[in-house]
Ligand binder design. Structure first.
Ligand SMILES: [Zn+2]
Length: 99
């Protein structure tokens, strides 16, 4: 009598274990489906670095900047006009010092 009772308990335990496993797997599937359907981790929304235009002093996101190499350094400009002006050797917004 005691042995049968023990077997019943063991069987019940196994059934519960399978049940819990099934529920867990189902929940995992649901979560993965949500991840795939919706918001993937947004690598595109990484904060962009702000750079300063050495020509006019404007700050702008680096990805929007016009790049140029000036004297061995990569510089970022707000526009091609600023880049060209800097490459042409114009001093950035210096006051007119003609005598
Ligand atoms: Zn500029």
């Amino acid at each position: 009598m005691g042995l049968i009772r023990l077997l019943q308990l063991a069987l019940l335990g196994v059934l519960i274990w399978f049940g819990v496993r099934a529920v867990r797997r189902w929940m995992n599937n649901k979560r993965q489906a949500q991840i795939q359907a919706g918001q993937r981790p947004s690598s595109e929304q990484v904060m962009d670095v702000m750079v300063q235009d050495p020509q006019c002093g404007t700050y702008l996101p680096r990805r929007d900047a016009v790049r140029a190499w000036v004297k061995g350094q990569e510089q970022f400009f707000c526009s091609k006009a600023c880049r060209d002006a800097c490459l042409a050797g114009k001093e950035p917004s210096k006051q007119d010092q003609r005598v």
